[in-house]
Design a binder for this molecule. Structure first.
Ligand code: PEP
Ligand code: MN
Length: 335
């Protein structure tokens, strides 16, 4: 349930409502809105006994939250969340482009690609230092050395960096180097990792599990917000279907559904959805037309020799085309 306060409610009135909620055995979570404060009531089993709060001074309305996810739902917070990463904004009114190789392979590889994607208009550099590979014999990433290279990329190009955390015991390390911590598709329901992300002071990029429903995905985001971290960016990256013509199937319809259900920003990763280079630009265009707040795209200057996901990595010239096309589409729909 959500307790909506009057526009002119005093701090004392808000504090008294919070106290009443807590003494009833629930958790109170104030949510500052545009022009009024609302207070979320969490950890209730069954319906909240709302009569206790209805008559308190300063209370305007009591709204039952019908969704299983609370803090991420628009019922709790109608206004879009805007996430600030240095000078870069992610959320409504912005088209944020994240690009880079699948994996950080060397300093020169990362700096070369970073410089190229930055010139085309990328805002954030991506690159994995810890790689979740299907085979234990495949390249697993450079680990901390890769994180140091990412820090060098940030220092050299000014771009913030996003990179994946695979395990709980590496969270502190990844958080220290990354501007955005990524939780990948295979870890979307790794609840200890989600709880740790809830205590992080970094924004979290939460990819959709490859077989997860939108509801399961939003419940995963709820774990992070419940822990206190409200800076979550959702990323649709394709789901497993029966088709053979692409690695996954990009679920474009998830974009408007997520935008309706939650105030959190949603971006699309057409690279892991497609698994092949020739589909990436059309899918990116479709994602922006469907109102995604941004894209995450794999780019490599020498994809034939990439240590992972070369087949889906764009050549830098192709990424330049993608940026031009998607910016144009964004401009058409922004008006
Ligand atoms: C990635 O972005 O590097 C990645 C491994 O993606 P996903 O978790 O979507 O497979
Ligand atoms: Mn990849």
């Amino acid at each position: 349930m959500l307790v909506v306060m009057n526009r002119n409610a005093t701090q004392e009135e808000v504090a008294a409502v919070i106290k009443a909620i807590e003494t009833s055995g629930y958790t109170a979570r104030p949510i500052p809105g545009g022009d009024r404060v609302s207070i979320g009531v969490l950890h209730n089993r069954g319906a909240v006994e709302s009569d206790r709060f209805a008559g308190l001074p300063g209370v305007k309305d009591l709204i039952p939250v019908t969704r299983p996810y609370k803090l991420v739902s628009r019922e709790f917070k109608p206004e879009d969340t805007l996430i600030q990463v240095g000078d870069v904004s992610v959320g409504n009114g912005h088209l944020t482009l994240m690009a880079g190789p699948c994996a950080v392979e060397s300093e020169s590889q990362s700096l070369t690609i970073a410089e190229q994607v930055r010139r085309s208009g990328a805002h954030i550099f991506r690159g994995g230092a810890f790689k979740p590979r299907s085979s234990p014999y495949s390249f697993q990433g450079l680990g901390e050395e890769g994180l140091k290279i990412l820090a060098k990329v940030r220092e050299t190009t000014g771009m913030p960096v996003v990179t994946e955390v695979l395990d709980l015991d590496k969270f502190d390390m990844v958080e220290e180097y990354a501007d955005i911590v990524q939780i990948g598709t295979r870890n979307m329901q790794n609840f200890s990792l989600l709880r740790r992300a809830g205590h992080s002071n970094r924004p979290v990029l939460l990819k959709r599990g490859m077989s997860a429903t939108v509801q399961e995905w939003l419940m995963a985001a709820e774990y992070i917000l419940e822990g206190g971290n409200t800076q979550v960016i959702l990323c649709e990256r394709g789901i497993r279907t029966f088709v053979r013509h692409s690695r996954n199937t990009l679920d474009i319809s998830a974009v408007p559904v997520v935008r309706r259900e939650t105030h959190l920003p949603i971006i699309v990763d057409p690279s892991h959805a497609a698994g092949r280079r020739d589909q990436v630009i059309p899918l990116a265009r479709a994602a922006v037309a469907a109102d995604a707040h941004g894209l995450m795209v794999e780019v490599h200057h020498d994809p034939n020799n990439a240590l992972s996901d070369g087949a889906q990595s764009l050549y830098p010239e192709q990424f330049d085309t993608l940026c031009r096309h998607t910016r144009s589409i964004f401009e058409v729909f922004r008006n």
